[in-house]
Design a protein around this ligand. Structure first.
Ligand code: ADP
Length: 616
């Protein structure tokens, strides 16, 4: 189905993709194109020299040429072949590096798209599928993004060979050319159609294979061993297996007949072609129109010609497939962005301390492809400098609400406003520059601690980094490291990297948010098991950093939200309750109930949060 969809409507045609690759190579490494052409020329030249070799030697013998001349001919041809072979080997040895470089060019564009695309895309399964397909089309030397050069070389080589042999054979008899051309093409297309049957019916082959694989895995699975025995499932399992095996064999028997047919047709056509050519050439030789040497030359030209014709056709088939894959890569790059990542309006230039009021006006939201709204008709105003906590059970929509406030998604209904203006038209990176955030899931850049804090690889203020690290409670840790804030992070990339603990990483993210010094703060509390002392210290840091800033704090631990001015309890995509901790407790509603369960749980030393949210 998917393949059919993909084959039916690639966004970029074969010509466009070939041109694109040529242009990319021209920009990145011109030698890729030159070497391709050189390889094709050398290969055709080598085939032509090979073809003339025997007839030339035979011709010399036929005409009774002196031995020296015969040896001279043999020597010249051998030398030419040797030289061409050496040049071809040289070209081939030098071609790989450039091709990889061109492929890496495609890689970097793909990476750029993945890294910069809207979160709405990154979380969308359709986008993820496209991304996986695009990656598959360039993740190895044999993938389309690199293998296409071989195909283009083959097409050029076969086309040149075709033209050369065509001119030679046309001089002899155009009719003979027509017969050879027709039988070669007929052979190719019949084989192609028949072999295509296997591709069209591949599901029939996959289905029993998958069933057999499943049954085999089940049978091997020791965990299921008890079930299998107690419930006497063995005969049933065996029956499923053998019926799948029968289906598989019957498919192969049918396929085998078709493949045999393909071979038989090909053999018959080759017989007809060679029979006609033989008869024609023998007649001409007997009547004295052709010398024996010419007979040999033309005969091998005919079989060579067939090879060029089928070569052209089959390399175009390969090119077609590779073009579909390249189209997937380019479709991925062109995947539409739902938000103004580039362009758009410039949001107001707000500094820390400037008044920032956020508002959700009748906001509803539904994820692409989902059946129901995650948030419905939410009205919420966050006053400048207010600290708002959002609590609620897992799946209540807290993270989604924050994603809307951060401008990662646009609401499906209503407006998100900053100081009274809808944020929808704002350039998103510029809007997000106004936000500082500490998320539960964060990414580390394989660089130094300081570079991670500053989010800048080149220039940053060391004193400020140090100050932020101190304020986040990492001062002692940094002093204990031999390279201090210049210590590398991410072991997979740097051998000497330092591995920070969960709590330390959380503090690092805090330092990062402090360094950014944005007017709006989003704190998505970690669920990582921090020990209670570290946790209370982190809460204290949050409290300090939110002073004077509009902040939104998501928490699964209700007791930790006390530093906030207002608490919002989300349930079923709606604001179920809101107010200060005291007011909500006094109200004795859902918040009070959850708070009671949680505090009992913590008093009893539980490790989880008693059914309350463990956000994601
Ligand atoms: P919370 O943060 O309160 O745990 P979320 O906002 O993460 O809740 O999730 C709210 C609902 O939205 C859940 O039912 C979740 O399954 C769904 N959801 C979250 N993210 C996505 C997504 N990217 N695509 C589709 N559904 C999602």
């Amino acid at each position: 189905m998917e393949d059919a969809k993909q084959t039916a409507r690639p966004q970029y045609g074969m010509g466009q993709n070939v041109l694109y690759m040529l242009r990319t190579a021209w920009r990145t490494r011109k030698s890729v194109i030159a070497l391709c052409a050189a390889q094709a020329l050398l290969s055709v030249a080598s085939a032509a020299v090979g073809m003339f070799f025997a007839p030339a030697a035979l011709g010399a013998i036929e005409t009774g040429a002196p031995l020296a001349r015969l040896l001279g001919i043999i020597g010249a041809f051998s030398l030419a072949l040797l030289l061409l072979g050496a040049l071809a080997a040289y070209a081939s040895a030098n071609t790989e590096f450039g091709r990889i470089q061109v492929r890496m060019e495609l890689f970097s564009r793909t990476m750029h798209k993945s890294a910069t695309t809207a979160l709405a895309n990154a979380e969308n399964p359709a986008f993820q599928e496209k991304s996986a397909k695009a990656n598959a089309a360039m993740n190895s030397n044999a993938a389309a993004a690199e293998a296409i050069w071989d195909t283009l070389r083959q097409i050029l080589e076969n086309a040149l060979g075709f033209l050369l042999y065509l001119s030679l054979l046309t001089a002899l008899d155009p009719l003979l050319v027509a017969v050879t051309l027709a039988t070669s093409a007929a052979g190719f297309f019949s084989a192609h159609r028949i072999l295509g049957w296997g591709y069209r019916h591949r599901r029939e082959e996959e289905k029993p294979l998958k069933r057999m694989e499943y049954v085999l895995n089940q049978a091997k699975n020791t965990a299921l061993g008890k079930d299998l025995r107690i419930f006497s499932m063995r005969p049933w399992i065996e029956e499923v297996f053998s019926s799948a095996r029968r289906a598989y064999h019957s498919f192969h028997a049918r396929a085998g007949k078709r493949y045999f047919l393909a071979d038989a047709i090909d053999a018959l056509l080759a017989l007809a072609r060679n029979g006609i050519a033989y008869a024609y050439l023998i007649a001409k030789t007997l009547s004295g129109e052709l010398t024996v040497a010419e007979f040999l030359l033309y005969f091998s030209a005919i079989s060579g010609f067939t090879t060029w014709v089928t070569g052209i056709l089959s390399s175009f088939t390969t090119l077609h497939r590779q073009s579909l894959e390249l189209s997937t890569i380019r479709e991925f790059w062109a995947y539409p962005e739902p938000l103004p990542l580039e362009g758009g309006e410039t949001p107001p230039a707000l500094r820390p301390g400037d008044a920032c009021a956020l508002e959700l006006r009748d906001v509803s939201f539904r994820y692409p492809g989902a059946e129901k709204d995650v948030l419905s008709h939410i009205n919420l105003t966050i006053a400048p400098g207010e600290k708002l906590a959002i609590v609620g059970l897992n799946g209540a929509g807290k993270t989604t609400l924050v994603k809307l406030l951060c401008g990662f998604y646009d609401p499906t209904g209503g407006e998100v406003r900053l100081n009274g203006r809808n944020i929808r038209p704002y350039n998103r990176p510029a809007y997000q520059a106004l936000l500082g955030a500490v998320y539960q899931n964060f990414s580390l850049v394989p660089a130094s601690i300081a570079q991670n804090v500053a989010q800048d690889l080149e220039s940053f203020d060391r004193a400020r980094v140090q100050n932020c690290l101190e304020r986040a409670g990492l001062g002692n840790k940094i002093r204990s490291l031999p390279h201090g804030m210049d210590t590398h992070l991410v072991k997979e990339v740097y051998e000497d990297a330092e591995e920070l603990s969960g709590g330390e990483l959380q503090r690092l993210m805090l330092a990062r948010a402090l360094y950014k010094d944005a007017p709006i703060l989003v704190l998505d509390e970690p669920t990582a098991a921090l020990d209670p002392i570290a946790e209370s210290d982190i809460y204290q840091k949050y409290r300090e950093m939110t002073v004077g800033r509009t902040s939104i704090y998501i928490s699964h631990r209700l007791a930790s939200t006390r530093f906030c001015d207002r608490i919002l309890l989300l349930a079923d995509g709606k604001i179920a309750e809101e107010g200060t901790h005291e007011a909500l407790m006094a109200k004795g509603g859902e918040y009070a109930r959850l708070f009671e369960i949680q505090s009992r749980y913590y008093r009893e030393g539980g490790e989880d949060d008693g059914g309350s949210n463990a956000s994601e």
